[in-house]
Design a binder for this molecule. Structure first.
Ligand code: PLP
Length: 384
């Protein structure tokens, strides 16, 4: 029997999503930019997917740009806005000149943090805001960090390692009161909470298909009408001149279907995950009284738990659980080669032992209470 509790790393493709995308491999496989019926079908499917993504976010289809991943959406948002800010230069020579100031947080995903580090090499100043022990960013920190030449703020909705959810509406309001552009990485939030670009008041928002029961290699960036942004890839005029490269039609169709499924049953999905999470917390508290939960337990995704069970380091625990047929994460999937080095738990100033012991349990709407019982049996045996 195998149990999968690593859904923040990636999800299985839903049956309905798979069925929707299959015809676009061998039947309607045309290039959406060509002029015959094969491509018309593909083009119509892109339009439909764009509408479905837009509907989920409460935006218009014309504001959605498809990308190859959440990572590319974040790169396009940050480099694209930076290029526009400096008068249209999309690539910047290594430079020490003062191109402007960007604010982000110290617990962002690598696709934002490392993009910001690249921008620093290109003459931009970046402030990485601290977070509290619960992983939450105090809006006053943002207020205090804004300078005369700040032009962009990027703060994630929900953290991939801890599930902690930031006060995006308040943060975006602060940014707008200083005429700054506000981007948010919503990759982990989509499908786990309501994400409405109007309610949140964000200007740009990134998402990724493989976290919401669609395949890997597809993402999207929402760009509010009127926001000036430059492309970071050059070639054809795809995606309204913002993202050159023939679109991944089957993947985009899948993303569209996944978004439609969320639109139709978001609250049901949230309730299912929240029930599982509460059961998991109760069982952990009963069976492993020394366990420590990391991150906010209030402002938190309904599917994510970050737990330090004992002093056993997380890589050993993950391997032992894997031998027992249970897949869990150590934090960011791309970081599993460097255990204990979680920049998120470090930024939260958790003590070293607790950081090194932390594992991430991220549930899907398809997990069951029985799987949680089995996990508890296995982990209590291992800890003994
Ligand atoms: C918060 C967050 N942002 C961005 C990404 C990157 O998305 P992708 O895997 O589609 O590049 C991830 C993936 O783990 C993530 O968790």
């Amino acid at each position: 029997m195998s149990i999968y509790f690593d859904n923040n790393a990636s999800t299985a493709v839903a049956q309905e999503v798979l069925e929707e995308m299959l015809p676009f491999f061998r039947e309607s496989f045309g290039n959406p930019s060509s002029m015959h019926s094969f491509s018309r079908n593909a083009g119509a499917a892109l339009d439909c997917a764009r509408k479905r993504v837009a509907q989920l976010l409460n935006s218009d289809a014309e504001n959605i740009v498809f990308t190859s991943s959440g990572t590319e959406a974040n790169n396009l948002a940050l480099f694209g806005i930076a290029a526009s800010h400096t008068g249209g230069r999309a690539r910047f020579a290594e430079s020490t000149s003062d191109n402007g100031h960007i604010i982000t947080s110290s617990t962002e995903h690598g696709s934002v943090l490392n993009t910001c580090r690249e921008l620093e090499k290109c003459g931009f100043k970046v402030t990485y805001l601290p977070v509290g022990i619960d992983g939450l960013l105090d809006p006053k920190e943002l207020q205090n960090a804004i300078c005369d030449n700040t032009f962009l703020v990027s703060i994630m909705v929900a953290n991939n390692e801890t599930g902690t959810v930031q006060k995006i509406k308040e943060l975006a309001n602060i940014a707008h009161s200083h005429n700054l552009i506000f981007h948010t990485d919503a990759v982990q939030a989509i499908g786990k909470m309501k994400v409405d670009v109007e309610e949140l008041g964000v200007d740009l928002l990134s998402l990724s298909a493989h976290k919401i029961y669609a395949p890997k290699g597809v993402g999207a960036l929402y760009i509010r009408k009127g926001i000036k942004i430059k492309p970071i890839l050059f070639g054809g005029s795809h995606e309204n001149h913002l993202r050159a490269g023939t679109e991944n039609v089957p993947g985009i169709v899948a993303l569209g279907k996944a978004c439609e499924m969320i639109t139709n049953n978001l609250q049901g999905d949230i309730d299912a995950m929240q029930t599982l999470k509460e059961y998991m917390i109760e069982k952990i508290e009963q069976s492993c009284p020394d366990a420590l939960f990391n991150g906010s337990m209030i402002e938190s995704l309904p599917n994510t738990l970050n737990v330090s069970f004992s002093e056993l380091d997380s890589t050993s625990l993950v391997s032992l659980l894997d031998e027992q047929g249970v897949a869990v994460g150590t934090g960011a999937a791309c970081k599993s080669a460097t255990p204990g080095a979680s920049h998120v738990l470090t930024a939260m100033q958790l003590e070293k032992k607790r950081r090194f012991a932390a594992i991430r349990l991220s549930l899907s709407k398809y997990n069951t209470l029985k799987e949680i019982d089995t996990f508890i049996e296995k982990i209590t045996e291992i800890l003994k």
